[in-house]
Design a protein around this ligand. Structure first.
Ligand code: BGC
Length: 340
């Protein structure tokens, strides 16, 4: 009997040893140090998820919430370097801080892939092991401007006072952020270039944030009321806040409407488009930007060419740029698929 128990025990041990050997070894995978400028950014939570999904079985991620503090992010970079990360994937808090991060990476001879907040081209060029994954910021403003133009022309009743002028309010993202600056500039330039006369009633920063977007919209509704004819938002997060405010003020009922446009095409915004409370947005492809960030970071962590085995391409500034796409109710399925 004792012999049988011993044999069984040995068999069990052998079995668990082989089971262990069959599991992929985490420490055999390269560690990639990732920072997200703040976890409670609507859009960035989708980019983060895309990076995590793409890393499954390929890399160990050291993921950090920089809590909107560049000082915190700098410390996180130091820690990741000392813990032996093989590459860094950095979503800057302050786009101007790329130089400081590059200085740290250079000392450790580590490659770094910046994403979402674009460093200045000269700064990126200053280190041969630095690259960028993002978009062409101006494109989102131009596409949003084309959407606004087409819909304004197709809906003459949106010109509430019939003066032929589009009176708008604009919720801007973080000042100094290349996306916020370019979207603000190009959306209006495009509308004007398309022959629409405009009047700016308000332009302020809502810092990409729903709550701030709602607060500003509350104030603008009490100040301008029905004089507002168009609400242009640099991102969907702020658009969602504006819609909440408009809803509370009786818009979107039987006889009151307000056109609201955003950028990102996050799932909550797509729901608003389907419900008729938002007229359009611009897909900012979180999945592909997160995927490309991981692809490049993994390649360079393994000492390969950043684009090895991928279909991404660099522009002249060592940047992979994922295209934006305009979204209305007519092609909403396309945007829904992009976030799956
Ligand atoms: C997105 C915003 C986001 C920002 C963060 C932009 O590209 O459109 O929603 O808050 O990136 O940096």
């Amino acid at each position: 009997m004792k012999k049988l128990v011993a044999v069984l025990l040995i068999m069990m041990m052998l079995f668990s040893l082989t089971a262990c050997a069959a599991e992929p070894k985490e420490d055999a995978l390269p560690t990639i140090g990732v920072t997200i400028y703040k976890y409670d950014d609507n859009f960035m939570s989708f980019v983060r998820r895309a990076i995590q999904t793409a890393a499954e079985g390929k890399a160990v991620l050291e993921m950090n919430d920089s809590q909107n503090s560049q000082a915190t992010q700098n410390d996180q970079v130091d820690t990741m370097i000392s813990k032996g990360a093989k590459a860094l994937a950095i979503n800057l808090v302050d786009p101007q801080a790329a130089e400081a991060i590059i200085a740290k990476a250079k000392v450790a001879d580590l490659p770094v892939v910046f994403f979402n907040k674009e460093p200045e081209a000269t700064v990126l060029a200053s280190y041969d092991k630095a690259w960028y994954v993002g978009t062409t910021s101006a494109e989102s403003g131009i596409i949003q401007g084309e959407l606004v133009t087409d819909m304004w022309n197709a809906n003459p009743d949106w010109d509430r006072n019939g003066d032929g002028v589009m009176s708008y309010v604009l919720l801007k993202g973080e000042p100094g952020h290349p996306d916020a600056e370019a979207r603000t500039k190009y959306v209006i330039e495009t509308v004007v270039a398309n022959g629409i006369e405009v009047e700016e009633l308000e332009l302020q920063t809502g810092m990409w944030d729903s709550v701030k977007g709602k607060e500003l919209m509350d104030a603008w509704i009490s100040k301008h009321g029905d004089s507002i004819e168009m609400v242009i938002c640099n991102n969907d997060g702020m658009a969602l806040g504006a819609i909440q405010s408009l809803n509370a003020s009786g818009y979107f009922g039987a006889d009151k409407f307000m056109p609201v446009v955003g950028v990102d095409a996050i799932p909550d915004a797509l729901e608003e488009i389907k419900a008729g409370r938002m007229v359009g947005t611009v897909l900012n492809d979180a999945k592909n930007q997160g995927g490309a960030t991981l692809d490049l970071a993994l390649n360079v962590a393994l000492g390969k060419d950043p684009l090895d085995g991928t279909s991404w391409k660099f522009d002249d500034n060592k940047a992979v740029r994922v295209p934006y796409v305009g979204v209305t109710i007519d092609n909403i399925e396309f945007a829904e698929d992009a976030y799956k």
